[in-house]
Design a protein around this ligand. Structure first.
Ligand code: HEC
Length: 112
């Protein structure tokens, strides 16, 4: 393998949020906390997060905050996103998917 290529991949990986594909156990955790949440909810939440939440500060990893913290922070940040956009860029359904994604991925095992 070309060393330069590896470096480029590492550099790209370091400055973009990790692209996570979700496991069945993630979907199960999501639906326990957020009834009706599916794989699509997590995927959408991650996409919205990547689209809207990295423009003012670096992306924070989902495990950088816990459930209670995300429940307070996400509504505050959605207001910021919408103010910056000058319209409703994130509606309440999208907000719910972002919250589902962040809370679900803030823990990776049920024991936490
Ligand atoms: C318009 C700029 C802007 C956008 C867009 C934005 N943020 Fe923030 N964010 C800030 C500022 C400013 C702070 C620090 C002050 C504060 O906490 O209000 C902050 C702080 C944070 C913190 C740390 C706060 C704490 O109490 O620990 C988190 C986590 C966070 N943002 C997540 C997000 C998420 C999730 C989104 C997308 C929904 C987002 N941000 C979008 C401006 C933004």
């Amino acid at each position: 393998m070309n060393k330069l290529l590896i470096l480029v991949i590492l550099a790209l990986a370091a400055c973009s949020p990790k692209i996570v594909s979700f496991a069945k156990s993630d979907v199960q955790r999501a639906s326990e906390k957020f009834p009706g949440a599916t794989m699509a909810t997590l995927t959408e939440g991650q996409n919205h997060y990547k689209q809207y939440c990295g423009s003012c500060h670096p992306y924070k990893s989902p495990d950088a905050r816990n459930e209670e913290q995300w429940k307070k922070i996400v509504p505050k940040m959605v207001i910021k996103v919408n103010k910056k956009a000058g319209n409703v860029a994130i509606d309440s359904l999208m907000e719910q998917s972002v919250l589902t994604y962040l809370v679900t991925m803030s823990t990776t095992s049920k024991s936490k």
